[in-house]
Design a protein around this ligand. Sequence first.
Ligand code: HEM
Length: 458
Amino acid sequence: MSMQSVASPAQVITPAKARSLRHIPGNEGWPIVGRTLNILADPKGEVERMSAKYGPVYRSRVLGETSITLLGPEANELVLFDQQKLFSSTHGWEIVLGRLFPRGLMLLDFDEHRLHRRALSVAFKSGPMKSYLAALDAGIAARVALWKANPGQMQFYPAMKQLTLDLAATSFLGAGIGPEVEEITRAFVDMVAAAVTPIRQPLPFTQMARGVKGRERIVAYFSEQIPIRRDREGEDLFSQLCRATHEDGALLSTRDIVDHMSFLMMAAHDTLTSSLTSFIGELAANPEWQQRLREEVRGLGIDANDPSSLDNLEKMPLTEMAFKEAMRKKPPVPSIPRRAVRDFTFRGFAIPAGTLVGVNPLYTHHMPEIWPDPEAFNPLRFTDEAQRYRHRFAWVPFGGGAHMCLGLHFAHMQAKTFTRHFLQNLEVSLEPGYKPAWQIWPIPKPRDGLRVTLKAIN
Ligand code: HEM
């Protein structure tokens, strides 16, 4: 394929004119806000209603621009696998993430993206993963021990958010980060919260203003640390990136490391918090599955206080299936945006270059023709046999293709390490009749924090 036909990061892609999309069935809702409020209130219901009325390719208006939603596994394959290099991730995500996480890996395209992804991959090879596991394992064991010493009612979501943040401080930044840790994590939390705030300008006293200030602090911190980390043998993810090189042997630039680190921390944070919360929520609601996973953990033959090894985690297939099923029901990234760099056709509809398009893991994960009884929690949907005949883009919590989540194994490692310590020491339950309500968009979280009861076990 010739390079001229592929958008470069510097290339401006002009948004498609609204009138060039009028042949596509749909409804753009109210002036200015479009259908943003419908999506915020009930994203699953909104997509289901729109698709029932207009079909699997429909026109809508969210966050100030007309967009086209493409539904189903074939649409996921076209857009995410993107064999013809038709879709820009940079110009899809920039509306949401461009100001605070510019030039993160997901915000790079095509050849430049490939070069950076290759450079970053060293930090996800098995050697570094083993040292992240040691950091995660120690942090999780200590936190579970604390919960075990104070059992009873707790709000699970904020506790998980704090734990994920504390784990990132050691596995991403290294144990020796010192007294600045509070300030750095605060700045980072402000940035992440601002990424999804409805007011997109940094006006005084808004979350976006706090996010922009947080970014300044993070940029300063990472920049001053890079030369120090290059001289040390640190095994944390930040130190790995400080020593990472491009194919020609050149180190990544300061700016690149800062942008990649900020993005990586953001990409890991809310997604892990969300998925681990929905996972534990499902185990609390389905005690028979909780017990099956506890038996799997006990079958590892390690004491409750022993550290976990990669080998242990590989022997937890049921846990992996149950975690996958929790992410099927509540994918942490419910919709994925792109912008077409060339004209294309899908299901007979001609869609022009410049169109903002979205695919929807949330919808695909609940299609009854693929997932019978889609609201039921059934990890057996993920046996090898059950998966064999399913479309490979029917389950896409980590995306697919060139931008497939780089932290996928990290996420599974954290989930299994957590399950192992948690289920070996605690039993989790919900009050009878309690059905927690979830806000699903932009990232799923329980509206009341998820009230659970913990009981210590031996
Ligand atoms: C359950 C947890 C997670 C979920 C569900 C998740 C989901 C995703 C999805 C859907 C994408 C692709 C988005 C797109 O195609 O536009 C993605 C990309 C990415 N994720 Fe994750 N993620 C998770 C955890 C993590 C963690 C722990 C890390 C880092 C340690 C991470 C790092 C990344 C990076 C760097 C990308 C960009 C990849 C690229 O553009 O080449 N993620 N993630």
